[in-house]
Design a protein around this ligand. Sequence first.
Ligand code: G6P
Length: 439
Amino acid sequence: MKEIKLAILGGGSSYTPELLDGVAKRYLEGEFHAKEIVMVDIPEGRDRMETVASFARRMLSKRGMPCSLTTTVNRREAFDGASFVISQVRVGGMLSRRKDEHIPLKHGVIGQETTGAGGFANALRTIPVSLEFAREMQDRCPDAWLLNFSNPSGLVTEALIRYSDTKTFGLCNVPIGIRMGVAKALGVQPSQVSMDVSGLNHLSFVTGIWVGDHDATVTIFDSPLFDEYLKIEKYGARMGRFLKRLRVIPASYLSYYWCTERALREQLDDLSGEKGSRADEVMRIERDLFQMYAKPENADLPEALKKRGGAYYSDVALNSISAIVNNRPVVEALNVVNRGSVPGISAGSVVEVSCMVDARGPHPLAQKPLPPEVMGLVQQVKAYESLTVEAAVTGDIEKAFFALLNHPLIPGADTAQALLKDILEANKDYLPRFAGKAF
Ligand code: G6P
């Protein structure tokens, strides 16, 4: 069995145990042995990281996986000799996510950590830091792969691919979540299902479903299973029927674009009540999770982890690592350079697309064109993404303004300008490139 050294940036995340549970599974199934695992975090995150690490050590030893699991706040040290680096950081922590969700709502637009103005703010904070990771990897472990799960995953991956030489691809758990649902609906193993996925991160579409070499697309779209696994209630019956006719299963984030009024109403209701925004909710979930991780008798994944949204992200990451390490190809939906696989998006842009992964990494698979009914939206969001990446890298405030203005969830220049002002002010500690700039 091949041995690897795995470095986890944002190791103190409450998600890390899911990842390490998967790592143990891969060892027990003889796929690869993560003999050395290093968790990395910032000094302020040290206590949380130590709690997660102690829990993880108990969990791995209970599973019978021998390894050295260490923690550090020194990234360069962690990168030495690493074969894979997983980035799952949250720059500014949960409090910044809370601002990303709350500030847009003040301006009457959707507040979400990856989509719209919130995702924009998150990208401005996360992209420069991620590029620093990539630069340090070039020094310390130039042959290692960087798997990016840091949000907004598509934009951060686009920045990494355009502005660094590090081998990288982006992950998301949305397509695998749909795959799990489809497998359940068809009564087959998830590993038997493969899907044609095309679009952008959090705006991708499943356009084909295969069980082995049987095309099960029609079975799914023409049956009540579709409604169940589309989570049709998000869209209402009318838009649900429309999606069914278009023959696409969207990432659930499409509802922010298609059912904006409803999503906004729900967010504002949550904010004015006790629930708060999703960050407020996640902070409560995390309090419970960390209490469970801290109990010395606990060595199994807590049920409460299922209340987080990222389920199965470890499978996408570890299936891909296994395919690379063993040169045993698998198909996964990943964020990679388009190279013509998603028609209508420029060849050099990052897309979320079905890829064949082997020892040389992911290779995007050519997709049929998306229906025009959704393609315009995808192209517009791509324009927003490209401008945001450029703004984050250069600190060009005019680019930042036009990025926001191009986002379909932002109604016009006045709102874009007001949002930009508030976002820059609220994030000034994390955005040195925009220091002293006003628009
Ligand atoms: C989804 C998305 C991830 C996101 C997560 C949020 O799964 O694909 O990009 O990070 O949800 O989950 P949370 O529990 O933090 O709200």
